[in-house]
Ligand binder design. Structure first.
Ligand code: NAD
Length: 445
């Protein structure tokens, strides 16, 4: 099957590479000429495990191509997939300008019947807007070509995106026509060999399913963080509580790790957009609004604990703080809405110097913050510790889980760890004379 994918970001590129890998003829199109030039030069603009191999393999055999030629992409395939960004606007609602721009492009260049597949995360009703915009452009051309608009939200996780796409838990297809359903069935057939993972539904339900999924996951995180904050104040240990509740299969162990709050390009913006949707239709949705409020507060807890340890924020002036982990979660270089940024920026405001290390997000850190006197990018995790007054852990990368504590103690000026991810056992650190301040557990001195 021949298809064009608009947008070669995390979703578009992974989708394009994986659909090409099963034999479809995929043309990825982006308005970012620099990104397309890099892709055509064999460079992968994002860090995503396994993606480089899949891209290289398919570029070589010609099933995957990259272009900036929008009209060429429209004529390339029967399926036109929209995977452009939907960032929040000033009100918190999803900004649909990129999605609607693609609808216009398709309308202008369409030469035969197309299936427009909206893969971007978009509020309920957006597929209708796409349909209207496309119909207007066609009408202006005096064309009566037919088209279908399908909602096919994406559920891949950054850091495991290739595997998630190749082995999806489910494929959601929202469609109103039998024709579109048949085409979508063919498109995803190779991923359904073991059993059919596709769930067909109406378009609006498909659109809401994506927001409901992300809001549910964000709720789990804010819930456990709320309980962690209670545990801290009540003399309980959140890790015991986590194990205690996770054993109930109705609750389960997944996604109930306490920490510094969720970040990334999806949960914050999608929860915000759902709150906005509720406001727009005059429905009070206090639970979802609270999920966001709890998360925003959680992101400041690491700084608050540090400030309190040093006798208030002024006590951090002139201090050197090592940070392990900058990406919003392990296995990605994505730092959008990362809790590390809230901590780093608060430390700067207090007059501290940050020595930062992340296994893959160093370039991204440099891109975001540029050169400044109060930011040192360390060459490895131990180098970050040299002479530092404390270590703060923001991302639970595997390589931080079992470090050489003796070497850490030698390098740090003080044996002091603020662990925002609870990756160490307090007993062990206490035995070795560390001060260890984590989440939802009593600090050890
Ligand atoms: P991204 O910002 O990484 O990539 C978007 C790309 O679209 C950019 O390269 C941009 O240049 C391009 N673009 C913008 N306008 C265009 C146009 N008119 N024509 C062609 N290309 C255009 O975004 P992303 O993280 O891949 O997310 C895309 C969508 O998928 C969003 O709605 C997001 O919420 C959703 N989503 C993201 C993830 C994730 O983990 N990143 C997971 C599921 C769903």
């Amino acid at each position: 099957m021949r298809l064009a994918i608009f947008g070669t970001g995390y979703v578009g590129l992974v989708t394009g590479a994986c659909l090409a890998d099963v034999g479809h003829q995929v043309l990825c199109v982006d308005v970012d000429a620099d990104k397309i030039a890099r892709l055509n030069a064999g460079e992968i603009p994002i860090h995503e495990p396994g993606l480089d191999e899949v891209v290289a393999r398919n570029v070589e055999i010609g099933t995957l191509k990259f272009t900036t030629d929008i009209a060429g992409a429209v004529s390339h395939g029967q399926v036109q997939m929209v995977a452009v960004g939907t960032p929040p606007d000033e009100s918190g609602a999803a900004d649909l300008q990129y999605v609607l721009a693609v609808a216009e492009s398709i309308g202008k260049a369409m030469d035969r019947r197309k299936i427009v597949v909206v893969k971007s995360t978009v509020p309920v009703g957006t597929s209708d807007k796409v349909r209207v915009r496309l119909a207007e452009v066609l009408a202006a051309r005096g064309s009566s070509l037919e088209f279908d608009v399908v909602s096919n939200p994406e559920f891949l996780k950054e850091g495991a995106a290739v595997n998630d796409f190749l082995k999806p838990d489910r494929i959601i297809v929202g469609t109103a026509t039998e024709h579109a359903r048949e085409v979508m069935k063919e498109l995803y057939e190779p991923f359904n060999r073991n059993h059919d993972r596709t769930i067909y539904m109406d378009v609006r339900s498909a659109e809401l399913t994506k927001y409901a999924a992300n809001a549910m996951l964000a709720t789990k995180i804010s819930f456990i963080n709320e309980i962690a904050n209670l545990a801290e104040r009540l003399g309980a240990d959140i890790e015991e509580v986590r194990r205690g509740i996770g054993a109930d299969p109705r609750i389960g162990y997944h996604f109930i790790y306490p920490g510094l709050g969720y970040g990334g390009s999806c949960f914050p913006k999608d929860v915000q957009a759902l709150v906005r949707t509720a406001i727009d239709i005059g429905y009070d949705a206090p639970l979802i609004a609270a999920v966001e409020a709890v998360n925003n507060r959680q992101k400041t807890t690491s700084f608050d604990k540090m400030a309190s340890h040093f006798g208030g924020a002024p006590g951090l002036k002139g201090k050197r703080i090592a940070i392990w982990g900058l990406a919003f979660k392990p296995n990605t270089d994505d730092m959008r809405e990362a809790p590390s940024r809230v901590l780093i920026e608060a430390l700067w405001s207090a007059g501290a110097t940050v020595v930062a290390y992340d296994p893959v997000a160093m370039n991204e850190t440099a891109r975001i913050y540029g050169e400044r006197d109060d930011l040192i990018l360390a060459k490895d995790k131990y180098a970050a510790l040299d002479g530092a007054d404390a270590l703060a852990i923001c991302t639970e990368w595997q390589q931080f889980r079992a470090p050489d504590f003796d070497e850490m103690a030698e390098r740090l000026a003080t044996k002091l760890i603020f662990d925002g991810r609870n990756i160490y056992a307090p007993d062990r650190l206490s035995r070795d004379g560390w001060t260890y301040i984590s989440v939802g557990r009593a600090p050890v001195y």
